[in-house]
Design a protein around this ligand. Structure first.
Ligand code: ARG
Length: 468
C-alpha cells in the first residue's frame, strides 16, 4: 500500500489498521509539542549523513529547505496534523516527502523513531530545565528584595504550629530561599544527564551506516553521547529525575503556599496578599481568597502523580524500546507546564507580599516566645538546664494565670521562682534581645540575617557571571 493514506511502515500489512487502534496508538495529539525539536534533530542528522557521504549536498539542501519550511508552517499554526500518520515524527517525515519528493524518504536512513523520539524529548527537556532554572533564580531575587527590608521584623518562629521562639521575618524568608536553592541545584544536575545524545542507536542495536555520532552531538550541543544503543532508546530515567526534581520543588512551593494561606487568614493576619493574586466569593461578599497559593498547593498533586506514573510505566519494561514509552509524554509535558506556571505565579507574588509587622509582633508576644531565653539566662547564672527549664515552666504558668507575657511579669514575681533572677533579666526577655542573642552563622540575629542575604546575593551574582 503506497497511496496517500498509507502508513510509512505498512509494506508487510495486508489489511488497513482498525480505526480504533489507529486513534488508540496515535500520539500526535500530544507529541506535537516536540515538533520543532524533531526538526532540529532531523537537520543535524541530515547534515551528518551528508558529511559521511550517505547523501549528497543537493539532497541535504533539499531536506534543509523542506524542513525549514515545515518548521515555519508549524510556528504559524498552519501545519495539518494527521492521526493516520500516528505521531509527530511521521507527520513531519511525510510532509517533507510531500514537499521535496522522494529525496525526503532518505532522511530516515540510519535512524529509527526510537532514537529520534528519545532525542526529541531530551532536547525539549533541556530547554525546559533552562527556563525553570532561570525562573527559580528570578524568584530567589524576589525573596532577597523582600527580605532585605525585613531583617528586624519579628515574627513567632513555630514548631508544631505553636509559638516557639521569636525569629526575624527575613530569616523565615531566607529559609525559603535555601529550599529552592537546592531545587536549582537538582535541576542543574538533572540537566547533565538529560544532555546526552541517543541518536545513532537507531532502533536498538545501532546502524550499518558509517555514522559520525560526534558530529551530530556537536551540532545539537549534546555534552555526551549515549554509550549503549539499547540503553539509549529505552532509558527514561532522565525524565523520571526531572519529575522527581519537579516534585520536590512543588513540595516546597506547596509548603510556602500553606504558610501564606495561613498568614493571610484573619486569624494570623501576618501578611496581606495583593488583590491581584486573590479572588472573591460569589456568595460571601467579605471574602478575599488566596486562590493562587491554594492552586499551587493543589497542583502539587498532579506533579507527584506524574512521577509515580513514569516510574510505573518503566518498571516492567524489558529492554529495549516498548510502546509503553509513548506514555512518558503527557505526564512529562504536564509536569513541565505546571512547574513553569507555578514558578511564574510565585515570582510575581512573593515580592508583592505585604508584611503586617504589628500583627506579627503581637503574636510573638502572646506565646511566651522568650521562655528559652530566660532558661538560658538562668543557666548562665549556674543553674543546670533541666532545673532552669522547670523554673521557667512555672513562670509561664504564672503568666497564663495573670494573662501576661514573661516580659510583663514584675521582678518580684520573677524572683519568686528563682533568686538567681535580677533586674537585667528584662534584657533577655525582650523580643529584640532574644533575636540579637542568636548571633552566629545561620542564626536569626538581624545582623546575621543581613549577612546571609548579602552572601546569597553574591552567590547568585557569581553564578550569573560564570554563565555569561
Ligand atoms: N510515538 C512513539 C513514542 O512516543 C515514537 C516511537 C515509536 N517507535 C516504535 N517503534 N513504534 O514513543
Amino acid at each position: 500500500m503506497t497511496d496517500e493514506t498509507s502508513k510509512l511502515w505498512d509494506g508487510r500489512f495486508t489489511e488497513a489498521t482498525d480505526a480504533f487502534v489507529e486513534s488508540f496508538t496515535a500520539s500526535v495529539s500530544f507529541d506535537q509539542v516536540l515538533a520543532l525539536y524533531d526538526i532540529e534533530g532531523s537537520l543535524a542528522h541530515a547534515r551528518m549523513l551528508q558529511a559521511v557521504g550517505v547523501i549528497n549536498a543537493n539532497e541535504l539542501g533539499a531536506m534543509q529547505q523542506g524542513l525549514e519550511a515545515i518548521a515555519a508552517d508549524i510556528k504559524a499554526g498552519q501545519f495539518e496534523w494527521s492521526i493516520a500518520l500516528e505521531d509527530v515524527h511521521m507527520n513531519i517525515e511525510r510532509a517533507l516527502t510531500d514537499r521535496i519528493g522522494d529525496v525526503g524518504k532518505k532522511l530516515h536512513t540510519g535512524r529509527s523513531r526510537n532514537d529520534q523520539v528519545a532525542t526529541d524529548i531530551r532536547l525539549y527537556l533541556r530547554d525546559v530545565i533552562d527556563t525553570i532554572t532561570d525562573k527559580i533564580r528570578h524568584l530567589q531575587e524576589g525573596i532577597l528584595d523582600l527580605a532585605e527590608n525585613e531583617t528586624g521584623t519579628i515574627m513567632p518562629g513555630m514548631t508544631h504550629l505553636q509559638v516557639a521562639q521569636p525569629v526575624s521575618f527575613a530569616h523565615h524568608l531566607m529559609a525559603w530561599f535555601e529550599m529552592i536553592d537546592r531545587d536549582h541545584e537538582r535541576f542543574t544536575d538533572c540537566r547533565r544527564r538529560v544532555n546526552s545524545m541517543p541518536l545513532g542507536a537507531a532502533a536498538l542495536a545501532g546502524t550499518t551506516y558509517p555514522i559520525d555520532r560526534r558530529l551530530t552531538a556537536e551540532l545539537l550541543s549534546f555534552e555526551t553521547i549515549a554509550a549503549n544503543s539499547l540503553d539509549a532508546v529505552s532509558d527514561r530515567d532522565f525524565a523520571i529525575e526531572f519529575c522527581s526534581a519537579s516534585s520536590i520543588l512543588l513540595m516546597h512551593l506547596s509548603r510556602w503556599s500553606e504558610e501564606m494561606i495561613l498568614w493571610a487568614s484573619p486569624q494570623f493576619s501576618f501578611i496581606d496578599l495583593p488583590d491581584r493574586f486573590c479572588t472573591g466569593s460569589s456568595i460571601m461578599p467579605q471574602k478575599k481568597n488566596p486562590d493562587v497559593p491554594e492552586l499551587v498547593r493543589g497542583k502539587t498533586g498532579r506533579v507527584f502523580g506524574s512521577l509515580v506514573a513514569l516510574l510505573t510505566v518503566m518498571k516492567g519494561q524489558p529492554l529495549a524500546y516498548n510502546k509503553d514509552n509513548q506514555e512518558d509524554k503527557e505526564p512529562l509535558f504536564d509536569t513541565a507546564t505546571t512547574v513553569l506556571q507555578c514558578l511564574t505565579a510565585f515570582a510575581d507574588m512573593i515580592p508583592a507580599i505585604e508584611p503586617q509587622r504589628d500583627n506579627m509582633r503581637a503574636a510573638t508576644l502572646r506565646g511566651f516566645s522568650t521562655a528559652t531565653d530566660l532558661a538560658d539566662y538562668l543557666v548562665r547564672r549556674g543553674l543546670p538546664f533541666r532545673d532552669a527549664h522547670d523554673v521557667v515552666g512555672r513562670l509561664v504558668g504564672l503568666g497564663i494565670r495573670k494573662g501576661c507575657d514573661l516580659s510583663e511579669l514584675s521582678l518580684t514575681d520573677l524572683q519568686s521562682a528563682s533568686e538567681l533572677i535580677e533586674a537585667d533579666v528584662f534584657e533577655v526577655l525582650t523580643l529584640e534581645g532574644s533575636l540579637a542573642a542568636r548571633n552566629h552563622l545561620g542564626g536569626t540575629a538581624p545582623e546575621q540575617v543581613a549577612a546571609a542575604i548579602k552572601s546569597a546575593r553574591a552567590r547568585l551574582l557569581e553564578q550569573d557571571q560564570a554563565r555569561t
